[in-house]
Unconditional design. Structure first.
Length: 635
């Protein structure tokens, strides 16, 4: 008996050594993962039975420990999760390689580290909720029903002290959100500040300032004239470059007026300009008799009431004063509106009221009459899809996702199982948003969580996630990428693919074959020579809607596993770069241009319409239902 026991012990140790050798020679577990996934009905089971591999860094041993801790925290599957909850993590578990430096994007590692804290907090809340459920305690659920209000207001705002007034947004802002501030500049100087701030990072006492709007009625060190200064601040980068309105010099004027934001000037040209004011005591008095004087236009005036509105656009924040557009401010890297947690006012401003509307709000699924029709059909690993559609979305874009579910996700091809749709969403820094997102994912089964905090410059990772899901989780003939503010005519996409009759090496969409990188550092599309050295991009398809064949999506996943996938922060251009590399390696590529993909807005006869809000999506779907015609809404 002892000999038998000793033999088993020796054999066990020998097997452990073999397994350890295998992991060291295959650091991301490629062979094991591929073989295991092919034999599992649940692609997540491999995580539960294997220890996440350590990613070593010879330059910095402490970094290796930190990286290993990240992998364990994010990718070791928790036993408390149900099978329904794991559905939202199919792609998550296959993205471990993002922690590797070879898959890096700007701010990527920081976004993954931030996700560790967000994920652990979310899982703690989920486990607490389950314990409360087992104890038949419904108090938590009742308290959370209205965590994300659509509307907030403070009338007769008298809460000003030496730190100013604050209004918190429990679930951040989203495109279309607006904040209206009614007040009177007063005091000795009449200077005041309005700031949109985010969540404080651990170890940092002050939160980032996502938008700083500073009105200086008596000028400053640069000018004696009234001026508006816009900027951002973070603990890591301090203050950014000021944007002044009006600009102080001709060079600055060119910069300020040269790059519109959401098609609006960064500074209205009338600000700081002289205008002639004619005084008259009666209708018959002439300007010569009364005389005239010039006055410099500025939207704010000391001791006069002002109504100012900040509106969240697709490219930046727009401000109007008394109904007139005054400034635009483009979003800066990692400082996006969905991360805003509150608005602050300070200085010589007597507040009358603050009103916030269009905030991201969650629909109550318990009272939905068509809930079952909105849920995603489960995928079978044995059933191939004609088309898989991955949709880019942000965590608090609740309304957009619901609009997509109620409109083009109701096409018959989706209900029949020939086409599947999933939203690809990163985590949020806000705990409430993550909890609501998790509940939404459990309810509808159509969300794929990404293991990083959502920043715009990381969207290429979502493209990778879509390729992974379309080939490794589902088996789709074609894979499509779109956005949650796009309307997709699924039937027409399928008809076009059948007409083309190309199922290998295909890129189908609005192809751009003659574009160059923006080299001006002031451009919002700026690309340095280090990021892309060539003077021209290879052909690529615009992001609102393009389709690739399965072999391209498979090749993207293979290059990612091997650490050979070149990351580029413009996701649609990145796909063009990847396909060009495949072409150079011998793949036969077919670029099929589709002019019915509307990159900016809607055009009658569209196959994809972009920049469509929830109301527009519902309107477009109604027109399809009424007459099966692709007619745009609005003017």
């Amino acid at each position: 008996m002892k000999k038998w026991y000793g033999g088993v012990l020796v054999a066990s140790l020998f097997m452990l050594l073999i397994l350890r050798y295998g992991f060291l020679n295959n650091p991301i577990g490629e062979g094991y993962m591929a073989n295991s996934l092919s034999n599992l009905t649940n692609p997540l089971e491999w995580v539960q039975s294997t220890f996440p591999p350590a990613l070593q860094s010879p330059q910095n041993s402490s970094q290796a420990i930190s990286t290993n801790a990240i992998v364990i925290s994010l990718f070791a599957m928790r036993k408390t999760l149900s099978n329904e909850e794991k559905v939202s993590l199919h792609t998550w578990t296959l993205l471990q390689g993002l922690v590797n430096g070879s898959q890096a994007l700007p701010n990527g590692l920081d976004a993954i580290k931030e996700a560790v804290s967000a994920w652990n907090n979310l899982m703690a809340a989920v486990e607490e909720e389950k314990l409360s459920h087992y104890a038949n305690d419904s108090s938590n659920k009742r308290a959370k029903e209205k965590q994300c209000p659509h509307f907030l207001n403070k009338m007769n705002a008298t809460g000003l002290d030496n730190k100013g007034f604050r209004l918190q947004f429990p679930c951040g802002l989203t495109q279309g959100s607006s904040i209206t501030i009614i007040g009177v500049p007063e005091g000795l100087l009449g200077n005041f500040r309005i700031e949109l701030t985010g969540e404080s990072l651990p170890g940092e006492p002050d939160p980032p300032i996502i938008y700083h709007y500073n009105v200086r009625l008596n000028g400053d060190k640069v000018t004696d004239e009234p001026v508006i200064v816009q900027n951002t601040w973070t603990a890591a980068r301090d203050w950014g470059d000021e944007e002044r309105c009006p600009a102080p010099s001709p060079e600055k004027i060119k910069k300020v007026y040269g790059f519109p934001v959401d098609e609006l000037d960064q500074c209205n040209k009338v600000v700081g300009k002289n205008s002639t004011i004619i005084h008259s005591e009666g209708p018959k008095r002439s300007a010569i008799q009364d005389g005239s004087r010039t006055r410099t236009y500025f939207p704010f005036k000391q001791n006069y009431l002002s109504v100012m509105t900040l509106r969240v656009g697709s490219e930046g924040i727009q401000t109007t004063v008394d109904g007139k557009h005054i400034t635009s401010f483009a979003y800066r890297e990692t400082l996006e509106p969905w991360l805003v947690s509150e608005v602050r006012t300070s200085g010589d401003l007597k507040l009358i009221s603050v009103l916030a509307s269009g905030l991201p709000a969650v629909e109550d699924s318990e009272h939905s009459l068509d809930l079952e029709a909105l849920k995603a059909s489960p995928l079978s690993p044995r059933q191939s899809l004609d088309l898989f559609i991955g949709v880019f979305s942000n965590a608090n874009n609740f309304k957009r996702r619901m609009a997509v579910r109620r409109t083009w996700m109701q096409y018959a091809a989706i209900h029949s199982g020939a086409v599947a749709v999933r939203f690809f969403v990163g985590l949020h820094k806000n705990q409430i948003v993550n909890e609501e997102l998790w509940n939404e994912a459990r309810t509808y089964g159509d969300i794929q969580l990404m293991p990083f905090v959502d920043y715009y410059n990381l969207i290429t990772w979502k493209t990778l996630g879509i390729c992974i899901f379309g080939t490794q989780v589902a088996s789709a003939k074609y894979v499509m990428k779109t956005d949650d503010d796009a309307f997709v005519r699924v039937d027409e996409i399928l008809s076009a693919l059948k007409r083309i009759k190309v199922n290998q090496g295909l890129l189908y969409g609005l192809i751009n074959s003659d574009s160059q990188p923006h080299r001006n550092p002031d451009s919002k599309w700026y690309i340095s020579s280090e990021e892309w050295a060539e003077n021209k991009y290879p052909p690529w398809a615009h992001g609102p809607g393009y389709v690739i064949s399965q072999d391209i999506a498979n090749a993207v996943y293979k290059k990612y596993k091997e650490g050979r996938l070149k990351m580029f922060k413009l996701e649609d251009v990145a796909m063009g770069i990847w396909i060009a590399e495949m072409k150079n390696e011998g793949m036969k590529v077919r670029y099929e241009k589709e002019d019915r993909v509307c990159n900016e807005g809607c055009r009658d006869g569209y196959i994809v319409a972009h920049y469509q809000g929830p109301r527009e999506l519902l309107c477009l779907w109604q027109k399809i239902q009424d007459g099966n015609v692709a007619k745009c809404c609005g003017d």
